[in-house]
Ligand binder design. Structure first.
Ligand SMILES: [Zn+2]
Ligand SMILES: [Zn+2]
Length: 165
């Protein structure tokens, strides 16, 4: 099981691999050890892969399944396709224009089906990947997302008030 997270110690984006194998895992940026909370990782049924019950980085137990697809890559492909098709359009190459638009759309769809799913924490955005990891959890829920977004906004407000701003 691998995790991409924002380290609570150094605030940088870090990765950790095989986090299910120990009681703690190190931040790849600053090296500080993050303890795995008790019962956060439970053994899978019938020799299956271990399961995650909560986020390892923050206290949240709510996680959602999504495609581990870098959104910027998807958008980049579409933009590149549009740019190229504008060039061929300017040269009145209709067939090439449509071929470019069609193939970039197809490429996006193919990538979407090829990339694996990952588990994302609503609260801190940590992303977990690994075999069988998504089994216990459902897809994105806007209500849950909204709840955490508002909590985060309130935390921001109260810390601003505490610092006298
Ligand atoms: Zn760190
Ligand atoms: Zn979290």
């Amino acid at each position: 099981m691998n995790v991409v997270f924002v380290c609570p110690e150094c605030g940088q984006r870090a990765v950790a691999t095989s986090v299910e194998q120990g009681e703690a895992f190190p931040c790849s940026q600053c090296g500080s050890q993050l303890a795995v909370p008790t019962a956060a990782i439970v053994p899978g049924e019938a020799d299956g892969p271990p399961r995650l019950t909560r986020c390892l980085v923050c206290p949240s137990t709510e996680l959602f399944v999504r495609k581990n697809f870098p959104q910027r890559l998807g958008v980049g492909i579409v933009v590149a396709g549009l740019g190229l098709s504008c060039v061929s359009w300017a040269y009145h190459e209709m067939l090439i224009t449509f071929a470019i638009l069609f193939s970039t759309a197809l490429l996006d769809v193919m990538l979407f089906f090829l990339v694996p799913e990952c588990l994302t924490c609503y609260r801190c955005g940590a992303r977990y990947t690994g075999p069988g990891i998504t089994e216990r959890f459902g897809g994105f829920n806007l209500e849950t997302h909204e709840k955490y977004r508002q909590q985060a906004a309130r935390r921001g407000q109260s810390s601003a008030a505490a610092s006298g701003e």
